[in-house]
Design a protein around this ligand. Structure first.
Ligand SMILES: [Zn+2]
Length: 442
């Protein structure tokens, strides 16, 4: 089965729309669980394209959301969107209070259901306003101070909408099966996917795919199956002691700062696991109130990672033991809150075969790598992969090079930018996967 030439031609005609959509999302970035404007735009577009659209509480299980911002932050962002977006209140309300997911389904008949996942969230960074930074130069720099699309999820959302357009336009060419477009909140910090899986969105999905635009990989390159996801746990740790006068009665206090420091040093001393790569990082330590007071409170933000779920579990359990013991040592209390989590994940060989074959047939890729060996970050798409694979389904995650120049840009940096042409290529791959899996009735 070859790729559909007519379909590819149509995708090329969407280049301008892709760019316009990406630049719109780039201008109005929203961090995890506050993607109210983005989700509303996605919902309206999918509806207008004839999709059966579910959103808000019907696609997000409230209890499985991780790392939710405070109520005040959610409210403030919602109010701002209501006041400034020009989007009707009725379209925004379903996404209030951290329910910012959208799923659009299109059915052609009996058969497999292909799930395609697109993440929508931005990061807490202030975008560079340097002249050489394209979004600044071309007038689509973030208008939200301290928030920026610095991982390409603006591009992912635009890609999802273009795929929707293609499927709607060519719906009569598909004879069986269906496609679910899954727009996910809060991928950053691996906080969102679990709640969508728990809502049952993936229950009837037989194949699931996702793609990442990579600003640090040359444009024209595709990695057909990414396998290096690390399992990870993100934790907030609070040590609570007792304040006292540092001169008059130091013995009366319970020192939370010292417990946190002891924990920090020992967390970094957890022995490495012999079975594979592991990581730990204490990213922040905030403690105490003043120079002459025994610190009664200390807060750590930490994360563990492992090459697979087993190794991360090992790191997490040791971390917990060290935190508990450090608290005991100084007579303080400790509390650990999990604010994000992802398991390991792998792409199925047979799906990598399909993507590799598609990539070879498309003319847009000059370099095709089958699987990536480089150490990846973590991705909560792994929950969606596992949900589908556990039921005998298949999954794959591919990466597309989107560097703007020879040097490329680092992800999660203030000068992050993508080569927009990579979005068109990504749509081609997604559409070709659907064509291939839903054309030959087996
Ligand atoms: Zn990302």
């Amino acid at each position: 089965m070859t790729v559909n030439k007519e379909l590819l031609k149509y995708i090329e005609s969407l280049e301008h729309t892709l760019s316009r959509d990406r630049q719109y999302f780039h201008t109005y970035p929203e961090v995890g669980w506050t993607e109210v404007r983005t989700a509303a735009v996605v919902m309206e577009r999918l509806t207008s394209l004839g999709f059966d659209v579910k959103y808000g509480k019907s696609v997000i299980a409230a209890s499985e959301r991780m790392g939710l911002p405070t109520e005040a932050v959610l409210k403030e962002h919602f109010e701002r969107t209501l006041m400034t977006s020009g989007i009707p209140e009725a379209s925004l309300t379903p996404f209030k209070d951290g329910f910012t997911g959208v799923v659009g389904s299109i059915n052609f008949g009996e058969g497999p259901i292909i799930g395609l996942r697109f993440d929508m969230d931005a990061l807490k960074l202030t975008e560079s306003n340097e002249e050489k930074h394209q979004p600044s130069k071309n007038g689509f720099i973030s208008v939200h101070e301290g928030i920026m699309h610095a991982c390409g999820h603006d591009g992912h959302t635009a890609i999802g909408l273009a795929v929707a357009d293609v499927l709607s336009h060519f719906k009569d060419t598909f004879k069986y099966g269906g496609v679910k477009l899954i727009f996910q909140p809060a991928e950053e910090g691996v906080r969102g996917a679990k709640s969508m899986v728990a809502s049952g969105v993936l229950d009837d999905v037989t194949h699931v795919f996702a793609c990442h635009l990579m600003a640090d990989i040359p444009y024209g390159k595709i990695i057909c199956g990414t396998n290096g996801f690390m399992a990870t746990s993100k934790m907030d740790v609070i040590f609570t002691g007792k304040p006292s006068h540092a001169g008059a009665s130091p013995d009366q206090g319970k020192n939370a700062l010292l417990a946190a420091c002891t924990a920090t040093l020992n967390l970094h001393a957890i022995p490495r696991h012999h079975k594979g790569a592991s990581r730990i990082n204490v990213g922040t330590l905030n403690a105490g109130t003043d120079r002459n007071v025994i610190a009664d409170k200390a807060v750590l933000k930490i994360e563990t990672r492992g090459e697979n779920t087993e190794i991360n579990d090992y790191m997490r359990q040791h971390a917990q033991r060290i935190i508990d013991s450090s608290a005991v040592m100084y007579g303080v209390a400790s509390e650990v809150t999990f604010v994000g989590e992802a398991i390991g994940g792998y792409s199925d060989e047979i799906m990598i075969d399909h993507i590799e074959d598609i990539a070879k047939q498309l003319t847009c890729f000059s370099e095709i790598e089958r699987t990536s060996s480089r150490a990846a970050g973590s991705e909560d798409f792994s929950y969606m992969m596992k949900a589908v694979q556990d039921r005998g389904g298949k999954a794959a995650y591919f990466s597309i090079g989107a560097a703007v120049d020879a040097k490329g840009r680092g992800h999660h940096t203030t000068m992050f930018d993508i080569n927009e042409s990579a979005m068109t290529d990504s749509v081609k791959v997604f559409a070709s996967i659907v064509t291939r899996l839903l054309s030959d009735k087996k």
